[in-house]
Design a protein around this ligand. Structure first.
Ligand code: SAH
Ligand code: SF4
Ligand code: F3S
Length: 450
C-alpha cells in the first residue's frame, strides 16, 4: 500500500521554500504566517519538517524542472517523505501532472488558492491527494491573517496580480491569471501593519505593478503614483520601491512621483527584453525601442540620479546576429545600474514555443555571455561612481565578517559595513570606500534617528 492511502498525523513543523520572483517570496511569507496562525511551528535549520511547501516558479524550464529534483531529495532513508505541498506557478501550470510524475506529493495548490492550504492539509491527512488550482473570484487576501511582526525591515507588498499582456514567450498570464488590482484600503491597511511590524521599507509588487489602479476612500481613482503618495504619509515608513513595471504603463504621473515623493527610491526596474523592434513585435511587447528610450529620458529628467534596471532575453526565435547587436546597442544607450538576462526558454502553451527558427543553444550561450559582460561592466561602473559619496543605507542582513552588516543604498546597491552596536533595521549614513561589480564597502558616518 502506498503511503498516500495511509492517514497521516497532524503536521506540526513545516518548512517553506520559495523560488522565482518576489511575488512568490511574498506568497511564501503569507503561507508562513497562515501556518503559524494554525498553530504549527517553523522547522529550525537541520530539523526535520512534517510538512514541506515547495513554492515553485514556471518561468523557464530549468526553474520548473527543479521542483522534481527537490521532491526526490525530500525522501528519507526509510523511503517515506514528509507531507509535500507543491505551491506556486508550477502547481498552477502542471496541476495533476505533478502527482503523476511525483507520487510522494500530497498537495498541489495554485498561487490564487493557497489561503485554502489548511483545508488541503486536512484532506491530505486522510491519505487522499489534495488539488486546488482554482482562481476564485473572491480574493485570497481576504482570507489571510493580518500581517504581524516582520522578519525583515524591507517588506514586500503585492498590490497587483496577474497579467493581460501576453508576451509570446511568457507563462505568467496562464499561471497567475488576469490582471487584478488589490483595493486601496486593503493596501493602506497592510502597509500600516507592515510598518507596525517593523518594516522600514516597502516594495510594492506586481507582474505589471505600474498598471495598478484603485479608488481612495473618497471614490477618487488613482494610479500607482497615488498609492505611492498615500504611503509616503505613513509615519515610520522610510522607503518605497515598486517592481516590475511595463513600459506601456509608465505614466507621466508616476514619472513625476520620482521627482517629488521623498520616500520613493531612485530606482526603476523597466524590462525591455530586446533592442530589436522586429523581435519586440514578435514578442508582443507592444512598445518599441524608441518609446522605451523616450521613457528613460523622461524618467532621468525627473530624477537625474535614478538607477535603472532591466530584463533581457537572448535567443528569442528568429533573433539574428543583427538583432542581438541591436540589444547590445540599447544597453549601451540605456546604461543600466544592474540587469537580469536570460536565455530564451520555450514554455509549453506559449505562442513562441512553436515559432520557426528556434535558436541553437551554443548561439544563445555566446550571446548571453557577451550581453552579461556588458551589463556587468555597466554595473561595476555605476558602483565605482558612488565611491567617496556619502549616502544612507538600510541595514538588512548580517555579513560574513565579525560585526559586519549589509545594507542597501537608495539605488539598491549592497554595502558591507563594520557596524558595532548597530542592528538589522537601522538606517545609517555611510561613506562609500570601495566598489566591486556586485557590492561595495562603506564606513559609518552617523546613525539616523529611527
Ligand atoms: N512582468 C515582468 C517580468 C516577468 S517574468 C515584465 O513584463 O517585464 C521576469 C523575466 O523573465 C521577464 O522579464 C523575462 O526577461 C524573463 N522571461 C520570461 N519568460 C521567459 C522565457 N520563456 N524564457 C526566458 N526568459 C523569460
Ligand atoms: Fe510576462 Fe509579458 Fe506579462 Fe511580463 S508583461 S508577466 S513578460 S506576459
Ligand atoms: Fe515564476 Fe510565477 Fe513569479 S512563473 S517568476 S513565480 S509569477
Amino acid at each position: 500500500m502506498s503511503k498516500n492511502q495511509i492517514s497521516r498525523p497532524d503536521p506540526k513543523k513545516f518548512r517553506i521554500k520559495s523560488f522565482g520572483c518576489q511575488m512568490n517570496v511574498y506568497d511564501g511569507e503569507r503561507m508562513f504566517e497562515m501556518l503559524i496562525d494554525q498553530g504549527m511551528t517553523d522547522a529550525a535549520d537541520g530539523e526535520e519538517a512534517d510538512l514541506v511547501v515547495l513554492n515553485t516558479c514556471h518561468i523557464r524550464e530549468k526553474a520548473a524542472e527543479k521542483v522534481y529534483s527537490d521532491i526526490g531529495r525530500l525522501r528519507k532513508k526509510d523511503g517515506t517523505s514528509p507531507m509535500i505541498a507543491v505551491a506556486g506557478c508550477v502547481a498552477q501550470a502542471e496541476g495533476k501532472e505533478i502527482s503523476r510524475r511525483a507520487p510522494s506529493v500530497d498537495i498541489v495548490v495554485g498561487p490564487q488558492a493557497y489561503h485554502r492550504l489548511p483545508e488541503l492539509i486536512t484532506r491530505a491527512k486522510t491519505g487522499k491527494k489534495a488539488l486546488d488550482t482554482d482562481m476564485p473570484a473572491a480574493s485570497k487576501f481576504d482570507a489571510l491573517p493580518t500581517r504581524g511582526k516582520q522578519a525583515r525591515p524591507n517588506a514586500f507588498l503585492t498590490v497587483q496580480e496577474g497579467c493581460d499582456k501576453f508576451c509570446t514567450y511568457c507563462v505568467v498570464p496562464y499561471t497567475r491569471g488576469a490582471e487584478i488590482s488589490r483595493p486601496w484600503i486593503d493596501l493602506i491597511d497592510e502597509a500600516k501593519a507592515l510598518v507596525d511590524g517593523g518594516a522600514k521599507e516597502i516594495t510594492l509588487l506586481g507582474q505589471n505593478v505600474n498598471a495598478w489602479t484603485g479608488q481612495d476612500d473618497n471614490g477618487k481613482t488613482h494610479g500607482l503614483d497615488g498609492l505611492i503618495r498615500a504611503l509616503d504619509d505613513i509615519p515610520g515608513l522610510k522607503r518605497i520601491r515598486y517592481t516590475t513595471s511595463h513600459a506601456n504603463d509608465m505614466t507621466d504621473a508616476l514619472i513625476a512621483a520620482h521627482a517629488d515623493v521623498g520616500k520613493l527610491m531612485p530606482y526603476l526596474h523597466l524590462p525591455v527584453q530586446s533592442g530589436s523592434d522586429r523581435i519586440l513585435k514578435a514578442m508582443n511587447r507592444s512598445h518599441t525601442t524608441e518609446s522605451y528610450l523616450e521613457i528613460l529620458h523622461r524618467v532621468r529628467n525627473a530624477r537625474p540620479d535614478i538607477a535603472l534596471s532591466g530584463d533581457f532575453i537572448v535567443g528569442f526565435p528568429g533573433e539574428t546576429d543583427a538583432d542581438f547587436e541591436d540589444t547590445l546597442s540599447i544597453v549601451r544607450e540605456a546604461n543600466y545600474s544592474q540587469a537580469y538576462s536570460f536565455k530564451y526558454s520555450p514554455r509549453p502553451g506559449t505562442p513562441a514555443a512553436t515559432m520557426d527558427d528556434q535558436i541553437a543553444p551554443e548561439i544563445m550561450d555566446e550571446r548571453l555571455q557577451r550581453l552579461q559582460a556588458l551589463l556587468n561592466e555597466q554595473q561595476h561602473d555605476f558602483n565605482i561612481q558612488t565611491i567617496g559619496r556619502e549616502t544612507e543605507i538600510l541595514l538588512e542582513r548580517i555579513g560574513k565578517l565579525d560585526g559586519q552588516l549589509v545594507g542597501k543604498t537608495p539605488w539598491l546597491q549592497s554595502v558591507h559595513v563594520i557596524a558595532p552596536g548597530l542592528k538589522i533595521g537601522d538606517m545609517v549614513d555611510v561613506e562609500i570606500e570601495a566598489a566591486g561589480p556586485n557590492s561595495m564597502t562603506g564606513r559609518i558616518r552617523e546613525r539616523i534617528a529611527a
